[in-house]
Design a protein around this ligand. Structure first.
Ligand code: ADP
Ligand code: AMP
Length: 213
C-alpha cells in the first residue's frame, strides 16, 4: 500500500503517518526528517537544505526528488510506504507518478489532513521535537512524561527553528501557493480522501483506518 499524507505544516501528518506505519507494517518516510538528519550530520545536502528550511521555504525539487527516489528504492519499501511531507509541489508529484508508472505501480491513497490556518499556528508553537530520534510531542495535547525530555530515548526536546511564529506564517503561505494544488491533482485521479484533522488524534486515526481498511 502506497500512501501520501497531504496537509498544512503542523496538520498532524507525521503523527498519523507514524501510526499508519506501525499498524500496516510499512515504513514512514518523511523528507523533513531526512533533511534534519543531514543537517545534524553536517552533510553537503543538509547544509544546502538548511538555508531554505530556516526561512520556511521549500528545498528545491531537484534535491528533494533525488533523496525521495533513493529512499523508496530501498528494500523495505517493496510492500509500500507512507510518505509524509512529499510531494509538496506538482512537479514532485509528477516525478513520483512517472517513477511508479515505470514499475507498473501507483499511489493508492492521498490522505488530506484538513486543519484551518488558525489552529495551525497554535499547534506549531506547542510542538516539541526530540533532537535525537525525531519523536514529536505537544505541550498541551501530547505532553512528554517529563517536561523537556523524550519518553522514547531520554534526549532533549526542542522547539524547531522553523516552528517559530514568523516562519510558520511563511510556511503556511508556501503551503497554500505550492502544495495545496496537490489536492486537486489527486482528486482528479480519484484517490484523494479528506479527514477532519481538528479532532482528537485517535479520532483522526480512526477516520484514516476506515479509509485504508
Ligand atoms: P506535521 O507532520 O503535519 O507537520 P505533526 O504530526 O508534527 O504535524 O503535528 C503538529 C503538532 O500538533 C505536534 O505537536 C503534534 O503533537 C500535535 N498534534 C498532532 N495531531 C493532533 C491532533 N489531532 N490534535 C491536537 N494536536 C495534534
Ligand atoms: P516537515 O518536517 O515536513 O515540516 O518539513 C520541514 C521543511 O523541510 C519544510 O518546510 C521544507 O523546507 C523542507 N521540506 C521537507 N519536505 C520537502 C519537500 N517535499 N519539498 C521541499 N521541501 C521540503
Amino acid at each position: 500500500m502506497k500512501i501520501i499524507m497531504l496537509g498544512a505544516p503542523g496538520a498532524g501528518k507525521g503523527t498519523q503517518a507514524k501510526m499508519i506505519a506501525e499498524k500496516y507494517g510499512i515504513p514512514h518516510i518523511s523528507t523533513g526528517d531526512i533533511f534534519r538528519a543531514n543537517i545534524k550530520q553536517g552533510t553537503p545536502l543538509g547544509m544546502e537544505a538548511k538555508g531554505f528550511m530556516d526561512k520556511g521555504q521549500l528545498v528545491p525539487d531537484i534535491l528533494t526528488v533525488k533523496i525521495l527516489l533513493d529512499r523508496v528504492s530501498d528494500d523495505d519499501c517493496k510492500n509500500g510506504y507512507v510518505l509524509d511531507g512529499f510531494p509538496r509541489t506538482i512537479p514532485q508529484a509528477e516525478v513520483l507518478e512517472n517513477a511508479l508508472n515505470e514499475m507498473g505501480d501507483k499511489v493508492d491513497f492521498a490522505i488530506d489532513v484538513d486543519v484551518p490556518d488558525e489552529n495551525i499556528v497554535r499547534r506549531m508553537g506547542g510542538r516539541r521535537a526530540c533532537v535525537t530520534c525525531g519523536a514529536t510531542y505537544h505541550i498541551e495535547h501530547v505532553p512528554p512524561k517529563k517536561e523537556g525530555i523524550c519518553d522514547k530515548c531520554g534526549s532533549e526536546l526542542i522547539l524547531r527553528d522553523d516552528d517559530k511564529p514568523e516562519t510558520v506564517k511563511n510556511r503556511l503561505a508556501v503551503y497554500h501557493e505550492q502544495t495545496s494544488p496537490l489536492k486537486d491533482f489527486y482528486n482528479k485521479k480519484g484517490i484523494l480522501k479528506t479527514v477532519d484533522g481538528t479532532r482528537d488524534m485517535m479520532e483522526v486515526f480512526g477516520a484514516i483506518t476506515d479509509i485504508l481498511g
